[in-house]
Design a protein around this ligand. Structure first.
Ligand SMILES: C[S@@+](CC[C@H](N)C(=O)[O-])C[C@H]1O[C@@H](n2cnc3c(N)ncnc32)[C@H](O)[C@@H]1O
Length: 219
C-alpha cells in the first residue's frame, strides 16, 4: 500500500476548510480594512518595485481582496488559490479579474511569467517539509529581477486555526505553522532569491503572534 506525502494530505484538509468558510471569510474580511498601515506600506513598496513592468501573481489569493488592492495600486494582477470555494467567491466579487484554482506548490504557469509574486498568508498552512517547494515554484515563475512578497505569523510550532471560524458555526479543522523571519529568509535564499528587507512587528488587536512581511528579489 502506498501512502500520500504529508503535504498532499494537508492540502486536502486546507482546501476543504476554506471551501467551507469562503462566504464568511469574504463577509468578515472584504478588503484591507483590518490590515495595519505598516503592513500595507510593505504591499505598497512591493507594488512600487514591480511598477508596470509586468504581471503580478497573488498566490493563495483567497477571495481576492489583496488582488484588488494591488490592482488599485496600478499592478496587472491575477490570483490563484487551492480552494475552489474561495476562487468562486473571488470571481463573483471581482468580476473583471482573473482567478484560477491551483496550488502554490505546483503553480499552473510557465517559467519567467511574473514581475511579482505575492504570498499573503498563504504559506502558513504548509508544514516546513513543503516550504522548499513553494519557494522553488515562486522562483520558477518569477522573471529575472522580479519581486516576491511574503506575509506570515512569526514564531515556532503549530497553532489551531479553527477557532476563528467556529464563531461562525463552522466545524472545520485547520492548522497553521509558524516560521521565524530567518527561516523564511533561508527558504528564499535557497532558491536563488535575495531578501531585500523585512518588517517584523508585534502582535496587535486579536493577533496571537508577531507578524513578518518580507520582500525579496530574483537575481
Ligand atoms: C489566510 S487565507 C489568505 C487569503 C488571502 N491571501 C487574503 O489575505 O485574504 C489563506 C489562503 O491560502 C490558500 N492556500 C493555502 N494553501 C495553499 C496552497 N498550497 N496553494 C494555494 N493556496 C493555498 C487558502 O485556500 C486560503 O485561501
Amino acid at each position: 500500500m502506498t501512502s500520500s506525502p504529508p503535504e498532499l494530505l494537508d492540502s486536502c484538509g486546507v482546501r476543504r476548510a476554506y471551501d467551507t468558510v469562503a462566504e464568511d471569510y469574504a463577509a468578515h474580511l472584504p478588503d484591507t480594512r483590518w490590515e495595519p498601515a505598516l503592513d500595507l506600506a510593505m504591499v505598497d513598496a512591493f507594488a512600487a518595485a514591480v511598477g508596470n513592468e509586468g504581471r503580478v501573481l497573488d498566490a493563495g489569493c483567497g477571495t481576492g481582496r489583496m488582488t484588488r488592492y494591488l490592482v488599485e495600486r496600478g499592478c496587472s494582477v491575477m490570483g490563484v488559490d487551492l480552494s475552489p470555494g474561495m476562487v468562486a467567491v473571488a470571481r463573483r466579487h471581482h468580476p473583471g479579474l482573473v482567478f484560477t484554482v491551483g496550488s502554490v506548490t505546483d503553480l499552473p504557469y510557465p517559467d519567467d511569467q511574473f514581475a511579482g509574486v505575492m504570498l499573503w498568508y498563504s504559506i502558513i498552512h504548509t508544514r516546513p517539509a513543503g516550504q522548499a517547494r513553494i519557494f522553488a515554484e515562486a522562483a520558477r515563475v518569477l522573471r529575472p529581477a522580479g519581486h516576491l512578497l511574503v506575509a506570515f505569523q512569526s514564531g515556532q510550532g503549530t497553532r489551531d486555526a479553527s477557532g476563528a471560524y467556529r464563531q461562525f458555526g463552522h466545524e472545520i479543522e485547520l492548522q497553521r505553522h509558524l516560521y521565524t523571519a530567518d527561516e523564511l529568509s533561508s527558504y528564499i535564499e535557497a532558491v536563488g532569491l535575495r531578501e531585500v528587507c523585512r518588517l517584523v512587528r508585534r502582535a496587535q488587536g486579536k493577533e496571537r503572534d508577531d507578524q513578518v512581511i518580507m520582500l525579496a528579489r530574483a537575481l
